[in-house]
Design a protein. Structure first.
Length: 115
């Protein structure tokens, strides 16, 4: 139960942090933590990744076995964004590794349930 809460918290926190890229790109507010400019199309990707993380967290918390279908693309998009803005966002890779490992386990559980 503690691990479930921790994973949900990581996904929600990580997803919420992704909103900073969207906020900076669309100049909704000053985001001093992100030094480099973010083009609007990339800002939309930051938002999409964040929403996928949060949706995956909700799906996981209500015990939908397909939650990993949202977290896996979130990790891929997120890591792409992190690599492109490495200086500002590199610590997000830690959250991505945690979510990726959990997603792999989720995929295995889902696959086994389908057999």
């Amino acid at each position: 139960m503690v691990m479930k809460i921790a994973l949900v918290a990581v996904m929600i926190l990580h997803g919420t942090i992704h909103s900073m890229g969207f906020i900076k790109a669309f100049r909704i507010a000053e985001v001093s933590q992100l030094v480099h400019p973010i083009p609007k199309p990339i800002g939309i990707l930051w938002l999409v990744a964040g929403l996928l993380f949060i949706f995956a967290a909700v799906q996981f918390s209500i015990e939908r076995q397909s939650w990993w279908m949202f977290s896996a693309p979130a990790v891929v998009i997120s890591q792409y964004l992190i690599v492109n803005d490495w200086q500002d966002a590199k610590l997000g890779s830690v959250a991505n590794i945690i979510v990726l490992l959990a997603s792999i386990i989720g995929f295995i559980v889902w696959t086994m349930a389908k057999m």
